[in-house]
Design a protein. Structure first.
Length: 435
């Protein structure tokens, strides 16, 4: 995590003080359950809560102890004993370090998911607002970067809205999958601790018991979580790249908002660059970079090793913090995006009517021409226009072979822009619903 790309709400989830607070809650809830089962004195469980519930854990002290013990959970428990006193001997009864570490990680990941879901709602709201604003704003659709047929700018945003709707559904599922708790002891057999302790801790921490753990919670759950973040990052980049292309000088159909006093270049005062979109491309790459280690973390030795641990200490905070920042930035970018309908129309007209070539092709086949012959007739009139010579409509009217099949009026009918937009309402209803 670096401050430049970090929002405090997400960063706080991963701060040491937050982590130790969650560790404490896991241990204290487990002590409550153990007390109810008669394994430890009830007064001991009460003392743990009373003395440490509102404590501010001394991170420097825990680090100092860890330098000697070389074990983070033991260092924390030692510090907790300094706060609680003799009753601390009843803490961590029958538990192993992974019970605390894995359950804590899943609490953090679910909290992070909740913030990311709120971020997605911001993106969706911005996309919906701008999509309806430009529902019928015509622009050119491109394939391979080349002019194809007309669409609307609202449709472009509706595509993104549908994609981020799927992203939200996937993240909800990934959050549910990772929201498990394991308090099952060494190698996961519950030999030293009653399964009812796990059930109690899970409920208290907003999780569900892991059906079967080894000594760790299975990492396929985490692989799915981080893969989902990677897919969302790709959706962020897809939209960012679209905006970058649309802001190119030769296109300039849309542009990032340029604030008063903003500078685009240290050398060229005229520059207005798509820096936010380019930033989103870079951030998306970083989120996706954590997908591969998440997948590799699934493969652990026997009931447990810690080859996943070092990777997760980085990827948990970095992936969630980075995606959180990117989604909020994307929502703001879309909300303030400058849109230039006149330039969209100018680009639509740039190829002299060639965007209607398919309609002419189909009209010829409807009137009896074979598809092969119709294609040749249309293409031979299109290529001069492509090279900048002539107007497509006029060339078609002047082509004697075309006139065998189509009258001037019938040719002109194929150049109706509205024909391409007749199903926009249908698409919007599919994406946004009847409302």
């Amino acid at each position: 995590m670096i401050p430049r790309y970090t929002r405090p709400e997400m960063a706080s989830i991963w701060e040491p003080q937050t982590r130790f607070k969650i560790w404490f809650e896991i241990e204290a809830h487990a002590a409550d359950a153990l007390a109810e089962l008669g394994t430890i004195p009830k007064e001991a469980a009460k003392t743990v809560w009373a003395k440490a519930k509102d404590a501010s854990f001394d991170v420097a002290r825990i680090d100092e102890i860890e330098r000697a013990t070389k074990h983070d959970v033991i260092a924390f428990l030692t510090h907790l004993a300094e706060i609680v006193g003799p009753e601390a001997r009843f803490v961590h009864q029958g538990m192993t370090s992974s019970d605390v570490l894995d359950t804590c990680l899943n609490v953090q990941l679910t909290r992070a998911a909740d913030l990311l879901l709120a971020d997605l709602d911001r993106v969706l709201a911005a996309l919906k607002k701008r999509a309806f604003e430009h529902k019928m704003t015509p622009t050119i659709g491109r394939s391979h970067g080349i002019h194809a047929e007309p669409v609307t700018f609202g449709l472009k945003l509706a595509y993104a809205y549908a994609e981020f709707t799927r992203a939200k559904e996937r993240l909800i599922a990934a959050r549910k999958e990772v929201a498990t708790c394991a308090i099952s002891g060494a190698v996961g057999t519950f030999a030293q601790i009653d399964p009812r302790v796990e059930e109690h801790v899970a409920k208290a921490m907003g999780l569900v018991p892991e059906p079967i753990s080894t000594q760790v919670i299975p990492r396929d759950r985490h692989a799915m979580y981080f893969s989902t973040l990677g897919v969302i990052a790709s959706s962020v980049e897809r939209l960012a790249v679209e905006i970058r292309h649309m802001q190119r000088t030769e296109v300039l159909e849309a542009e990032e908002f340029f604030s008063e006093g903003q500078k685009g270049s240290s050398a060229m005062p005229h520059k207005r660059n798509p820096v936010l979109s380019e930033n989103l491309t870079g951030l998306s790459r970083m989120v996706r970079a954590y997908v591969t280690p998440a997948l590799e973390n699934v493969v652990l030795w026997h009931e447990r090793d810690i080859s996943h641990s070092s990777a997760e200490r980085m990827m948990g905070p970095d992936a969630t913090v980075t995606l959180d920042f990117a989604l909020v930035r994307l929502a703001g970018l879309i909300d303030k995006l400058l849109v230039y309908p006149a330039n969209m129309q100018k680009n639509l007209d740039r190829l002299g009517g060639l965007v209607h070539s398919q309609r002419v092709l189909l009209a010829l086949t409807q009137k009896g021409a074979s598809r092969e012959d119709a294609y040749k007739l249309v293409q031979r009139n299109a290529m001069p226009v492509w090279r900048g010579a002539g107007d497509f409509l006029q060339l078609l009217k002047q082509d004697a072979e075309v006139k065998i099949y189509l009258t001037d009026a019938e040719i002109e009918e194929q150049f109706d822009l509205g024909y391409h937009l007749k199903h926009v309402d249908t698409i919007f209803k599919r994406v946004f619903g009847e409302a």
